[in-house]
Design a protein around this ligand. Structure first.
Ligand code: AMP
Ligand code: GLY
Length: 436
């Protein structure tokens, strides 16, 4: 169990702060609340879901300095950061300089996500399998490279672009157009450098691990669904649904995958003076030549987080506390044997433009079902109503004995949700079921 820490034994039970406002942060706050060591979880800025959950409280702050002041004034034992943007902006460094405990990587370690060029060069130097690539700041040289390599080919903005900075080009023309757009500034400075890489064929899987700088503890595999429409068609989104485990990486393979894609990174980052703490997420492509890393994220994936946390039986607070203290080697993860599957309900038109302010009904009916939970994302309260306020609105998540039952239970729950001008995929989990 968790030992009271000598530096704040008076702080049990604890207040915690979760930074972010998506389904991921709702799930993190909800799961932390189940720890008997937790008094209250603040969520900054949160959403309608975190506003209504007993024990959670939204705080309308995003500025790092203001968050530091809040944490000091509200006796927050530690903070955990959901999204990548504050990590890339150095929130962990600022909190640590202020003497405050925080779960997540430093700005230097977050470069694994905030610069694709950094991540690719790192992988190449340290023998981590990944697609062949070159990176460019000069448009003419980039054009010449595409002309030489031909299509299909993958063009990526170097910096953060909210999941939209990657174009898998089927033709040379598409590739050149993507280059012109990205280097022309549609993502601002994030596109002043591009990574151009070999097109890989295979099934994708997400591997997430808790890290304390030295030790990595992998979570079970999960599979995201990035394309907006059924059959993996249409433009890429932040993720339209996810499930765990993904049969392509069964639990028996987890340690091997972590040895390939996570532990070498951890060892090398530590050696370079930037130990990685927080969640390291490897997006893998399972190719016929073995797993290859598509990208690293330095935080929980959304929506992978929602089904993963439904399966997590261990006390999340205890794990995160061990990560912060550098004693993750003392922790063992306990995972429920069931499968979990989450379906994202999004606004019609997303990831393009979409209407806001749609009323959502049926959330309470779903939450009343056993082992079923609506994690809210783009929602806000207005009087007694819950309205949509973003592209991804809800992640309806259920546990079941096996993937088929989790899928059935999740879609039964989705049917109880009533929101005009919404869309969701009807085939979350289908690839996994085919493999089974
Ligand atoms: P990333 O943000 O780098 O993970 O890329 C977003 C999505 O683009 C991935 O989830 C893949 O579906 C696709 N993708 C990225 N890199 C490649 C690649 N080298 N070959 C094929 N598809 C890719
Ligand atoms: N679901 C993928 C991501 O969070 O980046």
């Amino acid at each position: 169990g968790l030992r009271p820490r000598p530096d704040y034994p008076q702080r049990f039970p604890m207040n915690l702060l979760v930074v972010g406002s998506g389904g991921r942060e709702h799930a993190l706050a909800w799961r932390l609340l189940q720890s008997d060591r937790v008094r209250k979880v603040y969520v900054a800025p949160g959403n309608a879901g975190t506003a209504l959950e007993p024990g959670l409280e939204n705080v309308p702050l995003t500025d790092i300095g203001e968050l530091i002041t809040f944490v000091r004034e509200h006796d927050v034992a530690f903070t955990l950061v959901g999204p990548e943007a504050p990590l890339a902006a150095g929130i962990v460094d600022r909190f640590r300089e202020a003497g405050l405990a925080i779960f997540g990587p430093t700005q230097a370690a977050a470069q694994l996500e905030s610069s694709k060029d950094f991540a690719k060069a790192f992988m190449k130097r340290h023998g981590i399998p990944t697609a062949d690539y070159e990176s460019f700041t000069d448009a003419e040289a980039a054009h010449a490279y595409v002309a030489k390599k031909g299509a299909p080919i993958v063009i990526k903005a170097d910096g953060l672009a909210a999941g939209k900075g990657v174009v898998v080009a089927q033709t040379k023309e598409e590739a050149l157009e993507a280059l012109d757009q990205i280097m022309g500034g549609v993502f601002g400075a994030a596109g002043s450098r591009v990574v151009i890489e070999e097109f890989l064929v295979g099934e994708e899987v997400s591997l997430l691990a808790f890290c304390d700088g030295k030790t990595a503890l992998p979570l079970p595999s999960a599979q995201d669904h990035k394309a907006v429409f059924d059959g993996d068609t249409g433009p890429n989104t932040g993720g339209m649904g996810a499930y765990s485990p993904a049969p392509i990486v069964p639990d028996a393979e987890l340690e091997k995958m972590a040895d390939i894609a996570i532990r070498p990174i951890l060892a090398e980052m530590a050696r370079q003076g930037h130990p990685f703490t927080g969640i390291l997420y490897a997006g893998l492509m399972m190719t016929k030549d073995g797993p290859k890393v598509l990208e690293y994220n330095v935080r929980f994936g959304d929506p992978e987080c929602e089904p993963l946390l439904m399966r997590l039986e261990s006390d999340l607070l205890e794990i995160m506390d061990a990560c912060i203290d550098g004693r993750l080697d003392e922790v063992k993860l306990s995972i429920r044997p069931e499968s979990a599957l989450g379906v994202v309900i999004a606004a019609e038109g997303y990831p393009g433009s979409y209407p806001k302010g749609m009323e959502i009904k049926g959330i309470d009916a779903v939450d009343a079902l056993p082992d079923t939970k609506v994690f809210q994302a783009g929602t806000k309260r207005e009087g007694s109503r819950t309205l949509s306020s973003g592209g991804r609105v809800l992640c309806v998540t259920a546990l079941g004995k096996g993937l088929a039952e989790a899928q059935k239970r999740a879609y039964e729950a989705v049917a109880k949700i009533d929101m005009e001008k919404s869309q969701h995929r009807s085939d979350i989990g289908a690839k996994g079921l085919r493999r089974l």
